[in-house]
Write a protein that binds this ligand. Structure first.
Ligand code: CP3
Length: 356
């Protein structure tokens, strides 16, 4: 049965190693503020977290970009920070500023978090699983449904800093002042989020993506391999844990900021099925660097999508040329931004679907 499903879903076929021309497409943050229908539902729902925890509204906004653009994949509408929230940390989204958490500064705050086996964690997240079920039921058959979570380091950096900071100074400072505490936090996130993704897959997600948005800023390590220590190994443990419960689960890892070499290490060192490529990496150079069978995803610059016109056409063509004959999923190199004109998304898809 699983094979029959895969056969009809282009994104799953690519994740199994098939090259499809033109490649199937979706966009990170495809349900978002650039869409008037999103802004309308968001206003009706109340706060951003109210939207995340309301299965009917979350389903509606997840489906909006599929209705409008017919993307080959749909991504569950939620946020990576619902997990710290489920662990008992205070999380709010401040209009125009982004997320704010009560910073985890030391042992006292860590001890107040829920333990990995606490059933309250997954009752808190129950609306997410209900949304996954509803979305899968409402999507066209051929559309792949992606679940997701943040990678342990990225989520931990928000939990420790209480907000996004360019240099992640608080999280890197904790790695020096109390490395055992950072490890305990990463371990808890590995355990809880392994189960979180297993439950999304059981609720109807066809594949999952792990967002390591902060792979470019890591604590120093004695051996100089911070990427392995703080990012790739915790992700590898999650993937092993997920596959032990859901054999053959398809998993994409987006390791933003890890550079050409970091991106090349993602699949071999985590066991992921695909590497999500950020806009800073030369896709042709990466394709030349990895085995031909490696599945890639990405990496149109979100600013090129804002620019539109011939620059956009050329960027789409360059991605097609770089990935020709290889298993690739077309995407942006980071999330779409609110000021992006809808007409540019249409132009991108027309160019892509016309082939080269
Ligand atoms: O991609 C999708 O359409 C699915 C939904 C999704 C959201 N956030 C919705 C969202 C996904 C996959 C995320 C992941 C996420 N959240 C990441 C990893 C990807 C990345 O962008 O690097 C991170 C770091 C977060 C944390 C987060 N959530 C930040 C930093 C912000 C504020 C920035 C912003 O764009 O406002 C959010 C808020 C957020 N998450 C919005 C959306 C649509 C905007 C909030 C709103 O509607 O007011």
């Amino acid at each position: 049965m699983a094979e029959a499903r895969t056969a009809n879903r282009p994104v799953l076929r690519v994740l199994s190693g098939e090259a499809i021309a033109p490649p199937p497409a979706w966009m990170m943050r495809q349900a978002g503020r650039y869409l008037p229908e999103y802004r309308a539902t968001r206003a009706e729902a109340g706060s951003f977290l109210d939207l995340c925890y309301n299965p009917a509204f979350a389903t509606e906004v997840t489906l909006q970009p599929i209705r409008r653009f017919g993307f080959e994949a749909s991504i569950l509408f939620s946020d990576i920070l619902v997990v710290p929230h489920a662990l008992g940390q205070d999380v709010r989204f401040v209009e125009g500023e982004g997320p704010r958490l009560d910073a985890l500064e030391g042992r006292a705050q860590f001890e107040r978090l829920r333990e990995a086996g606490d059933p309250a964690i997954f009752s808190h997240l129950a609306p997410v699983f209900e949304a996954v079920e509803r979305i899968r039921g409402a999507l066209p058959h051929e559309t792949t449904l992606l679940g997701f979570c943040g990678a342990p380091w990225t989520v931990a950096s928000y939990m420790i800093g209480g907000r996004g900071t360019p240099d992640l100074a608080p999280a890197r400072a904790l790695a020096v002042s109390d490395p055992a505490l950072l490890d305990a936090l990463l371990d808890r996130l590995v355990t809880v989020q392994t189960e979180y993704l297993v439950r999304q897959l059981r609720a109807g997600a066809d594949a999952v993506q792990i967002f390591e948005s902060h792979a470019g800023v890591l604590p120093d390590t004695a051996d100089g391999d911070a990427l392995a220590r703080f990012s790739l190994r915790p992700i590898a443990r999650m993937i092993e844990g997920i596959r032990a419960q859901v054999p053959g689960a398809k998993i994409i890892v987006f390791a933003r900021g890890s550079g050409l070499e970091g991106h090349a290490r993602v699949v071999p060192e985590t066991g992921a099925d695909a590497v999500g490529v950020d806009w800073g990496v030369d896709l042709a150079a990466l394709r030349a660097r990895v085995p031909a069978a490696t599945v890639t995803q990405g990496n149109l610059h979100p600013e090129t999508l804002i620019e539109g016109g011939r620059a956009l056409d050329a960027a789409v063509d360059a991605i097609l040329a770089a990935t020709d004959g290889t298993p690739h999923i077309f995407n942006l190199g980071h999330g779409i931004t609110p000021q992006t004109p809808i007409a540019h998304v249409e132009r991108m898809l027309a160019r892509l679907r016309a082939g080269r």
